[in-house]
Design a protein around this ligand. Structure first.
Ligand SMILES: NC(=O)c1ccc[n+]([C@@H]2O[C@H](COP(=O)([O-])OP(=O)(O)OC[C@H]3O[C@@H](n4cnc5c(N)ncnc54)[C@H](OP(=O)(O)O)[C@@H]3O)[C@@H](O)[C@H]2O)c1
Length: 261
């Protein structure tokens, strides 16, 4: 099979031919239709999990995707986490433990759209739920994967949403979602603008402000239903065939990049 992989930590991605993975006990083998790109994938290639998990090389990144279970033909989408790290979704086939956060892929949902939903969509849903009855919320980084969903979901929940993109000034609000700060001081400076503040990069000294997504099948089903009902639009900036996908970490404007198998 073909996949996009890195030969070592920090190496450039390349299109490579790989052996098809074989499912172990309690694992699913899935023929992927599409995989979406998340910043986490690049961080894994750069060695973020180096100390905490075994990796295999060539390292195929990717956690989000949609595909068809080999054998049963069941169509699914969700997060595909696998140990050792390196058998990710940027490939024609993956094997994953069956207890991953996965949900049925509705017949009428574009697999590329479904593949774009899991990490960013579940993070946005859960972040907005964490806002409680805050009436106004600033979203820093509103045009990326998480931000574009969070803005829509928070508005649908009746909140006054203030998107803060590059060059925009911060304003005070009841709550703040900071999707861009990568160091404590910049987050803590931003957090002064709201009594309730979250970051997604674990940079706050106050752990209550460090948001970590915990996904569920129920959240995936809700996200798919919202898209089907026309209540959530999925900003796909780029659909790239697998054979041309070695540059997917380069950045391609607002929204999601999706690899089509
Ligand atoms: N803790 C968790 O559970 C969790 C879950 C999901 C994501 N995350 C993390 O959350 C972050 C955002 O994820 P994502 O999927 O939304 O990433 P993304 O799709 O890359 O979006 C990030 C957005 O932030 C914008 N941005 C960057 N610097 C900015 C600045 N100084 N001011 C305003 N906007 C700025 C980017 O614009 P440009 O394109 O112009 O750079 C981009 O639109 C990532 O670090 C990711 O790893 C954490």
């Amino acid at each position: 099979m073909w996949g996009i992989a890195a030969a070592d930590f920090g190496a450039e991605l390349q299109l490579v031919e790989l052996p098809e993975p074989q499912a172990g006990p309690d694992e699913l083998k899935v023929r992927m239709f599409a995989a979406s790109v998340n910043p986490f994938d690049r961080k894994v290639v750069n060695g973020m999990l180096r100390e905490s998990a075994e990796h295999r090389f060539p390292l195929v990144p990717g956690t989000d995707g949609a595909g068809e279970v080999v054998g049963s033909g069941e169509r699914i989408f969700g997060t595909f986490f696998h140990r050792p790290v390196g058998g990710g979704t940027y490939a024609e086939y993956v094997t994953v433990p069956a207890q991953n956060v996965l949900a049925p892929l509705p017949e009428d949902l574009d697999p590329a759209v479904a593949a774009a939903l899991p990490t960013a969509g579940m993070t946005a849903l859960q972040l907005v739920e964490s806002l409680g009855d805050a009436k106004s919320v600033v979203v820093i980084g509103p045009n990326g994967g998480v931000g574009s969903f969070a803005v829509q979901i928070a508005r649908a929940a009746g909140k006054d949403v203030i998107p803060v993109g590059r060059g925009d000034s911060l304003v005070e609000a009841d709550a703040l979602i900071d999707l861009v700060s990568t160091d404590r001081s910049s987050f803590e400076a931003n957090a002064r603008y709201a009594p309730l503040a979250f970051n997604t990069n674990y940079v706050s000294s106050d752990n209550a402000q460090n948001f970590g997504m915990k996904g569920s099948r129920e959240m995936l089903v809700r996200l798919a239903s919202m898209v089907q009902a026309g209540d959530l639009s999925v900003p796909i900036a780029r659909r790239v065939p697998l054979r041309d996908a070695a540059d997917v970490f380069a950045g391609h404007g607002p929204g999601k990049t999706v690899i089509i198998m």
